[in-house]
Design a protein around this ligand. Structure first.
Ligand SMILES: Cc1ncc(COP(=O)(O)O)c(C=O)c1O
Length: 393
């Protein structure tokens, strides 16, 4: 039996790789998991009640594109948060989390050719792994753009050649960025949108960390596109309740963008999508409508930023995250550091190289570890001191 060639050279996913690196070794202290971006704060207690009250909905096939109530709640939130009016009928579709949508958007929207050639999908490096698999799945060429200290931890699109830009169909951008915690400014978005207008490519804005920030809400790509009068189909925005509301298990996300793009995504989803169960859609609508729990959740992360700043004060190369909940810490070699931390202290962190791709002999994640600040504050403080003592003396 043959297998598709295009998936035959995939590196193992980050977490099995981590297990292979660490699991033959005993932890050297109390285990603290700081590898996965799974929020650990509580979600609002009334979410359970809403699900139970709507349990009769398990009797029905749920609407694939989202109930009118859920799409309405999302559109209202978009208006409040980003100041962009979006029509819930034509510009919003629900997703099983952003990951599903980031994949299927490429399926629905990436053309077979661009200017008569194989299309390019631009991907920041390091990156959230679904961008790469989406590009490969649609037969596009993934082009990885280093997002390092030298480029402000976001990709430098201005460095691209005319040849690549002419073939570019889609650019994935993550802001706030996982893993670096960098935020795309209005100017950054504006420059990218202008470039996309010039070379006619789409921007997929992964904004799933948008509500976890220090003091200023990160600007949204759709807002900037609207203010510039860009093509309404230029930017497609993805967000979810996973990080905002500590509900990664609800699998409740959405995509918002131009009516043409959303219509294409809806068509694809009608054939192949798995809708969010009705009672969960009801809960998601209530959660998008509530902001009080988001403010509380953000305050918990804001306290953690201060803990990290205190612990890593004076550490060469420490980058205080602007947003999100990861620390992207410089080390000599991420795998060595992760192994040492595990064996000496019991802390489990991810080598940065597992989140990045080697290009021309350079893996921009190699000299980093990613540390998820998801543990409660006291446990986090203790763990970060252990980390500092172990790796930075
Ligand atoms: C950058 C980034 N994008 C997307 C996702 C997917 O999140 P979800 O599908 O839960 O919305 C994650 C999850 O960790 C992420 O880190």
């Amino acid at each position: 039996m043959d297998y598709p060639e295009r998936f035959s050279n995939l590196p193992p996913y980050a977490f099995p790789r981590l297990r292979a690196l660490l699991d033959d070794h005993a932890p050297g202290g109390e285990v603290v998991h700081m590898t996965i971006g799974e929020p650990k704060h509580t979600f609002p207690e009334w979410v359970t009640r809403v699900i139970v009250e709507n349990a009769a909905g398990f009797n029905n096939y749920p609407p694939n594109e989202g109930t009118p109530e859920l799409r309405g709640a999302i559109a209202d939130w978009m208006g409040r948060r980003y100041g962009v009016p979006v029509d819930p009928e034509t510009q919003v579709m629900t997703l099983n989390g952003t990951r599903e949508g980031l994949y299927n958007a490429a399926m629905a929207l990436c053309p077979e050719t661009k200017n008569g050639q194989k299309p390019v999908v631009l991907i920041p490096n390091p990156f959230y792994q679904v961008y790469m698999i989406a590009a490969i799945s649609v037969g596009a060429e993934p082009v990885f753009l280093p997002a390092t200290a030298a480029t402000g931890h976001l990709p430098d699109f201005s460095a691209l050649s005319e040849e690549v830009l002419n073939r570019t169909a889609i650019a994935y951008v993550c802001s706030p960025a996982n893993p670096q915690g960098a935020v795309a400014s209005r100017e950054y978005w504006a420059d990218l949108i202008a470039l996309a207008e010039k070379y006619d490519f789409r921007i997929f804005a992964d904004e799933c960390y948008s509500e976890i920030y220090r003091d200023t809400p990160p600007p949204g790509a759709l807002t900037v596109a609207r203010d510039m009068g860009a093509d309404p189909e230029r930017v497609t925005l993805f967000n979810s309740l996973s990080k905002r509301s500590n509900l990664p298990g609800l699998r409740a996300g959405f995509v918002a963008g131009g009516p043409g793009s959303v219509a294409r995504m809806k068509t694809l989803r009608a054939y192949s999508g798995a809708p969010i169960p009705g009672p969960l859609q009801a809960a998601a609508a209530a959660v998008w409508a509530d902001e009080a729990h988001v403010v509380e959740n953000r305050a918990l992360y804001q306290a953690k930023y201060l803990v990290a700043d205190e612990v890593f004060a004076g550490v060469q190369g420490y980058m205080p995250p602007e947003a999100g909940f990861f620390l992207w810490l410089p080390v000599d070699d991420g795998e060595d550091a992760a192994k040492k931390l595990w064996q000496d202290t019991g802390l489990r962190v991810l080598p940065g190289a597992y989140l990045a791709r080697e290009v021309d002999g350079f893996n921009p994640g190699k000299g980093f570890i990613r540390v998820a600040m998801v543990a409660p504050e006291d446990q986090l403080r203790e763990a970060l001191w252990r980390l500092r003592d172990c790796l930075y003396g």
